[in-house]
Write a protein that binds this ligand. Structure first.
Ligand code: IPE
Ligand code: IPE
Ligand code: MG
Length: 252
């Protein structure tokens, strides 16, 4: 077996600003409930915070920001809530695409698009096309996304590939091919993952690419999350000692 060690940067020191930050934006419902408001009010405030944090990420110098907006499992929520969330997604894409483009943001959406209404899929495709050449920040929206589903989908594509090749692949070949079949193809692994709302779990997010990601869990509910909170998570990250399984600073 030619098991390769996980990829690691040339230096194991974490750079001060993480290249890729992923956020599980959780707690909208509890934020609303604590104010006696319907859950939708929390989602609405949550979308405002998305706008602020996308700007903040650019100010801080983050290159890739992945936001978990809606999971595969979130389709199991009550119809009314899903309807409201889809309405907000439409409004966001309609009102924000031009602004994102103007500020040099490239939008990429990962997740299974088949369950979304066709007009939403069209808005997503148009936004991706319009912003495809932008380089200031890559904003990855995970919508209808599930980490396991992503891996299963990639495994299916790999099986198709093997069928077409009509031969066994070596482990090195699979190692080179498999990441390209994931929806995250071309997106670097997250350096830092933040989850709001006090939950300490990954909830089927980027389970393949988080192998060596640093985690920050905060009790702050997503609608209360600010640029200062993002800066604080980044400062926390800057103090981490990323070793990727290596030994370092051995002084004897
Ligand atoms: C996150 O907030 C947004 C989505 C999952 C769509 P929640 O809606 O999960 O809020 P809580 O966890 O119930 O407070
Ligand atoms: C994870 O939050 C998904 C998003 C933030 C979009 P959930 O609220 O769905 O996760 P669980 O159910 O608490 O694990
Ligand atoms: Mg939640």
């Amino acid at each position: 077996m030619s098991q390769k060690p996980p990829a690691s940067p040339s230096s194991t020191d974490a750079p001060l600003v993480p290249h890729h930050v992923a956020i599980i934006m959780d707690g909208n419902g509890r934020w609303a409930k604590s104010r006696g408001l319907p859950r939708t009010a929390g989602h609405r405030k949550g979308v405002e915070v998305v706008r602020d944090i996308v700007k903040a990420a650019q100010d801080i110098g983050i290159n890739t920001l992945t936001l978990f907006g809606f999971s595969s499992e979130n389709w199991n929520r009550p119809k009314d809530e899903i309807h409201d969330l889809m309405k907000m997604l439409r409004t966001y894409l309609r009102s924000e695409t031009a602004e994102l483009h103007k500020s040099g943001v490239r939008l990429r959406v990962i997740g299974d698009r088949r369950a979304f209404d066709p007009d939403i899929v069209e808005l997503i495709e148009n936004a991706e096309r319009l912003t495809s050449e932008n380089t200031k920040l890559t904003l990855v929206m995970a919508l209808g996304y599930g980490g396991r589903q992503d891996i299963l989908h990639a495994a299916t594509l790999l099986a198709d590939h093997v069928y077409r090749e009509n031969r066994k692949l070596t482990e090195d070949e699979v190692n080179a091919l498999f990441p390209q079949f994931l929806m995250t193809a071309g997106i670097p692994d997250p350096d830092l993952m933040i989850r709001t709302s006090g939950e300490i779990r990954i909830s089927n997010f980027l389970i393949w690419s988080c192998a060596y990601t640093e985690f920050v869990f905060t009790d702050i509910l997503w609608p209360d999350f600010t640029k200062a909170d993002l800066e604080s998570a980044v400062a926390d990250y800057a103090k981490r000692d990323r070793r990727f399984g290596h030994i370092k600073n051995v002084t004897g």
